[in-house]
Design a protein. Structure first.
Length: 257
C-alpha cells in the first residue's frame, strides 16, 4: 500500500510540470515531507466541459481518503486511501470515479516500512522506513481517483457543502522493490497523462492500459530516519538518506546507494 508520501513542490512548479490551466487553491499548501491520510494534498485533474466553459485542467487541494458520492458517513474515507488496480473497475466504491474522475497525485516519493531481523523489547520486529523516489529527481505522478461528496447537513449556499477527496491506485511492486513491500503506487508516464486525465475517455479504451508500474531501475529506495514513523514529525530531514553505517546490517544490500 501507499500510506505516507512526500510532496514539497511549489504549486507554480506543478502548474508548469502538468500543464495546468487553472489553479483553484484557497492558499498554497505547505511543503509536506510526511503526507498522511486525511491531509490535504495536491491533485491534477480535468473537469468535464459545460455550457459555460470548456474542459479544463486544474490543480486542486483534495483530502486524501476517498469518500464515494453515495456514502452516508464521510469517515469511510479514512480507510479508503488506496485502490487496488486489479479490482478498481468493479468495486462499487471506485468504479464510477475510475470511469470519469481520474487524477494525478504529484509526489517527491513515498515511504514503506521493512521488518528487520532486529526485535523490540516486546519481541516484535523493528521496522526500518525506506523512502522510494525517482533516481533522476523528477516528480512522481501517482495515479489517483477523486470524488465529490455533498454534505447533506449543510445548506446549498455553504461553501463547505462539497468535500473533494482522493485515493492512490496501487499494484504489485516491481522486483527491485518487492522485498520492502509487495505493493506500490501506479505511475502515469508523461506521454499518457492527457489520456488518463480526460474525463470523456477520448476513445482511449480501458484506462488500466494507460498505467504501468515504474520501470525497473527507475526508482531507488533509501533507508531514512525512523522519525517519519511519527506523523507529527515533518521536514526535509525525513527524506535524507541515513549514513550507510547507520543502516542495519541486514538492509545494506537493499539500500539504494
Amino acid at each position: 500500500m501507499c500510506g505516507r508520501y512526500a510532496s514539497s513542490r511549489r504549486p507554480e512548479d506543478l502548474v508548469d510540470e502538468f500543464e495546468v490551466a487553472d489553479a483553484l487553491l484557497a492558499a498554497p499548501l505547505d511543503p509536506d515531507w510526511n503526507v498522511a491520510p486525511t491531509k490535504e494534498v495536491y491533485a491534477v485533474l480535468e473537469r468535464p466541459a459545460k455550457e459555460d466553459r470548456p474542459q479544463v485542467r486544474q490543480l486542486r487541494a483534495l483530502r486524501w481518503g476517498l469518500v464515494p458520492s453515495w456514502a452516508k458517513d464521510p469517515a469511510i474515507g479514512n480507510r479508503m486511501i488506496n485502490a487496488r488496480m486489479e479490482t478498481v473497475a468493479e468495486k462499487p466504491a471506485y468504479r464510477r470515479a475510475f470511469a470519469a474522475r481520474r487524477c494525478l497525485l504529484p509526489a517527491d516519493g513515498y515511504y514503506e516500512w521493512y521488518a528487520t531481523r532486529a526485535t523490540s523489547p516486546a519481541g516484535k520486529a523493528r521496522k526500518q522506513p525506506f523512502f522510494i523516489r525517482p533516481r533522476d529527481g523528477s516528480v512522481l505522478a501517482m495515479a489517483g481517483l477523486y470524488e465529490i461528496w455533498r454534505d447533506p447537513d449543510r445548506a446549498d449556499d455553504d461553501p463547505e457543502r462539497f468535500r473533494w477527496t482522493c485515493t492512490v491506485l496501487t499494484t504489485a511492486a516491481e522486483d527491485a522493490l518487492g522485498h520492502i513491500h509487495d505493493r506500490m503506487p501506479l505511475m502515469v508516464p508523461r506521454e499518457r497523462r492527457d489520456a488518463w486525465l480526460d474525463p470523456s475517455g477520448g476513445g482511449a479504451g480501458d484506462p488500466r492500459e494507460l498505467l504501468v508500474p515504474a520501470a525497473p531501475g527507475e526508482l531507488e529506495a533509501v533507508a531514512v530516519s525512523t522519525l517519519v514513523s511519527n506523523v507529527r514529525n515533518n521536514g526535509p530531514e525525513l527524506v535524507r538518506p541515513l549514513p550507510l553505517e547507520d543502516v542495519p546490517d541486514d538492509l545494506r544490500e537493499q539500500d539504494g546507494r
